[in-house]
Design a protein around this ligand. Structure first.
Ligand code: NAD
Ligand code: GLY
Length: 361
């Protein structure tokens, strides 16, 4: 097991990464406020992993709640189901919620923990690659609103992240690729050496070689932990973690949540961000082509859905948490391996980029 830290003063916490951790959860748990635990998971993950989790937590007063699977259930209604369950089972303020699943379960359980009785502890047990490299770390929690993704939520850090790499063996290939999108993102925004490594080792990652996966997860978590420690509440730097996400959120919202996977939408969105960066003179065409090839090698889309218009992108992109006073703020590259967050671009350059990207789709 490898352990990294997210350094946030009294809210610091460990990220444990390794095989077989579900069987040894007790050794990974931080000190708990009380003895009540609620494991929140979904009906895909429960048959695979709930039993070992409950078995390794049998010394506590542990129960579980199984939600329906899907981004379309990341809603206030589902959140209310968690509150109802906690109240019916008389969970007090010393309870701890455990999110067992991907980013959807992690985000909604974390938000429930942030709000239940004004805040209780929670632990992330991420079971998708995307959740292990991104969503379980950093304390962003929330649900979707019909008018915008992740629009209702809170910053609430977990007490620990426990990433059992064995769980990735049951992940469908499309979900694995979606997680690789976020791994590639870290290389593009912050670490050219890591991007080189990803490019060379992509066949090993696609084949889920344990050593390669563990390295990719560790390096991704190191980068995320460093950025979150520097800017927990996204006053500035943290926004770079959203490379491709503004375009990607537009795709997700336009297609209906759950049609395009988050990571797939981010992948196509990162290509759009690279194209706009090149149009602004920050990247050379061959660097855009390189980024595009790395994304394609992961089995990810490099263009948005057919039939989505420029205006449809712009309309959806106008609803984004990074925007300032209704001005669109985007994450772009100033160079390969180095991201900036900027409002400093001509809207016509964005429109022209979207025009080219939608014409190819
Ligand atoms: P997900 O949670 O929907 O999981 C993907 C699918 O894989 C689901 O069907 C799930 O049931 C299944 N699954 C999970 N683990 C499995 C396993 N080990 N074996 C087999 N199937 C498994 O999607 P995701 O990609 O993990 O997360 C996407 C969500 O995360 C989005 O809602 C996105 O907004 C959010 N997100 C949040 C942050 C953050 O910082 N909080 C960052 C990135 C993404
Ligand atoms: N996934 C973006 C963030 O955590 O800030």
């Amino acid at each position: 097991m490898e352990t990294l830290g997210v350094e946030l003063g009294e809210r610091s916490y460990p990220i444990h990464i390794g095989p077989g951790l579900l069987m040894q959860l007790r050794q990974c748990l931080p000190p708990l406020a009380g003895r009540q635990l609620l494991v929140v998971t979904n009906d895909t993950i429960a048959p695979l992993y709930l039993e070992p989790v409950l078995a390794s937590l049998q010394d506590y007063e542990t129960s579980s709640l199984i939600l329906p699977d899907g981004e379309q259930f990341k809603t206030l209604d589902t959140l209310n189901r968690i509150f109802t369950c906690l109240l019916e089972r008389r969970h007090s303020r010393t309870t701890t919620l455990i999110a067992l699943g991907g980013g959807v379960i992690g985000d909604i359980t974390g938000f429930a923990a942030a709000a239940y009785q004004r805040g209780v502890d929670f632990i992330q047990i991420p079971t998708t690659l995307l959740a292990q490299v991104d969503s379980s770390v950093g304390g962003k929690t929330g649900v979707n609103h019909p008018l915008g993704k992740n629009m209702i939520g809170a910053f609430h850090q977990p007490r620990a992240v426990i990433a059992d790499t064995d769980t990735l063996n049951t992940l469908p290939p499309r979900e694995l690729a979606a997680g690789l999108a976020e791994v590639i993102k870290y290389g593009l925004i912050r670490d050219l050496t890591f991007l080189d490594w990803i490019e060379t080792n992509m066949p090993r990652l696609v084949a889920r070689e344990p050593d390669a996966m563990t390295y990719a997860i560790r390096r991704s978590c190191e980068i995320k932990a460093e950025v979150v420690a520097a800017d927990e509440r996204e006053g500035g730097l943290r926004a770079i973690l959203n490379l491709g996400h503004t375009f990607g959120h537009a795709i997700e919202a336009a297609q209906g949540y759950g049609q395009w996977l988050h990571g797939e939408a981010v992948a196509a969105g990162m290509v759009m961000a690279l194209e706009l960066s090149a149009r602004l003179g920050n990247l050379r065409p061959e660097q855009v082509a390189r980024g595009r090839a790395i994304i394609a090698a992961a089995g990810l889309p490099v263009q948005g859905p057919a039939g989505m218009s420029v205006d449809s992108y712009l309309e959806k992109m106008a609803v984004d948490k990074k925007n300032v006073d209704a001005r669109l703020r985007l994450v772009l590259l100033e160079a390969m391996g180095s991201a900036i967050v900027t409002t400093d671009f001509d809207p016509e350059q964005l429109r022209a980029t979207l025009h080219d990207c939608t014409a190819q789709a």
